[in-house]
Design a protein around this ligand. Structure first.
Ligand code: FES
Length: 121
């Protein structure tokens, strides 16, 4: 399995991403806090370029004590990638679709050596 250079750790700020050409595949590399994640750039829905979508905090709708909902908030922990084709949202940490267990992204191997990031498809 070939290994592809995906940049240096210092190239990525918190919330950054790069899509790396890996021959027949593309892999998206994401930095969330001090953690890095790598997913194939192929949406679990209809194979769209999911890793090139918008990155945003998960939106939640808290239920008040009187069981009403009056506001939307951003989740403090979860960050999603939103597929640009049909808007499916996937957790960057887990690759899981936020609304259905049927859809999840395909994980790619990621290795960090000496501050350099490498991925394998
Ligand atoms: S291809 Fe990604 S949401 Fe449809």
């Amino acid at each position: 399995m070939a290994e592809y250079f995906a940049g240096n750790v210092t190239d990525y700020a918190d919330g950054d991403r790069k899509v790396v050409d890996c021959g027949e595949h593309e892999i998206g590399v994401f930095r969330i806090g001090d953690e890095f994640f790598a997913w194939h750039n192929r949406c679990a829905h209809r194979a769209g370029p999911v890793c090139q979508g918008r990155i945003m905090k998960r939106v939640i709708e808290p239920v008040a004590d009187d069981r009403t909902t009056r506001t939307l908030e951003y989740d403090a922990i979860e960050t999603n990638i939103v597929c640009p084709w049909h808007g499916y949202e996937f957790s960057i940490r887990t690759g899981r679709h936020q609304g259905s267990g049927r859809f999840r992204l395909r994980k790619a191997d990621i290795t960090i050596r000496g501050g350099e990031i490498y991925v394998r498809s």
